[in-house]
Design a protein around this ligand. Structure first.
Ligand SMILES: C[S@@+](CC[C@H](N)C(=O)[O-])C[C@H]1O[C@@H](n2cnc3c(N)ncnc32)[C@H](O)[C@@H]1O
Length: 195
């Protein structure tokens, strides 16, 4: 990220510190270390991007809201099928959106499709333990940017932000530490991998 600049908008779904296996990255840090790390990447995004939105971990919403006081909390409710997964009921995803998006944010956020519910691809197909809903990513990008703008996602994973940005006529730069996920992202965007 230090070598990049000039983004119109950033959207990211960061690691949640819940012990997922992303390869090299340690997803189970002591809480204070996790917050220090989040503080660092939020600062880096803020310096490089006019606006940002984050898909925060539910248990840390308060911390993220304090850290991003210019943001609204938006609740994206999941569609009934996606809300029930295995033994658990996940009914919503919290999102932190800028207070002044390009489009009004009301009325978009019900019945969102979530990954793994059979509507999109499944975890088995992509081999990634925490990819983001393409439906929600699309809504966020649509509200917070306009065609032709450049979007940054510093935790790119399997490229959901890139795919949605491309479909909506935006450009995107994704950063991802795991080469396998970079390859998946490149496939999803129909591009060659430039490593
Ligand atoms: C929740 S996932 C993002 C999912 C992504 N939006 C998608 O749909 O696939 C978080 C990602 O951050 C990556 N990551 C963790 N630390 C990183 C770092 N320091 N730099 C870049 N990526 C990192 C992980 O490998 C993981 O793919």
């Amino acid at each position: 990220m230090p070598q990049l600049d000039g983004f119109d908008f950033s959207f990211t779904d960061p690691p949640y510190n819940v012990g997922k296996n992303y390869g090299q990255y340690d997803d189970r840090m002591p809480e204070n270390k996790y917050f220090e790390w989040c503080d660092e990447w939020i600062s880096m995004i803020s310096e490089r991007s006019n606006m940002m939105a984050v898909y925060p971990p539910k248990i840390y919403i308060r911390w993220f809201l304090n850290r991003l006081p210019d943001h609204h909390l938006v609740i994206a409710t999941w569609n009934p099928y996606g809300a029930i997964r295995g033994l658990y009921v996940h009914q919503y995803a919290p999102l932190l959106l800028p207070k002044k998006p390009y489009k009004k944010v009301q009325d978009h956020w019900g019945g969102c499709m979530v990954p793994g519910c059979g509507y999109f691809f499944t975890e088995k197909t992509y081999g990634h333990p925490g990819y983001t809903s393409e439906h929600i990513t699309r809504l966020v990008i649509d509200c917070c940017s306009v065609a032709g703008q450049i979007i940054l996602d510093p935790f790119g994973g399997t490229g959901t932000t890139g795919r949605a940005a491309k479909d909506l006529g935006r450009k995107a730069v994704l950063i991802e530490q795991n080469e396998r996920y970079c390859e998946i992202a490149a496939c999803r965007m129909g591009q060659e991998v430039l490593l």
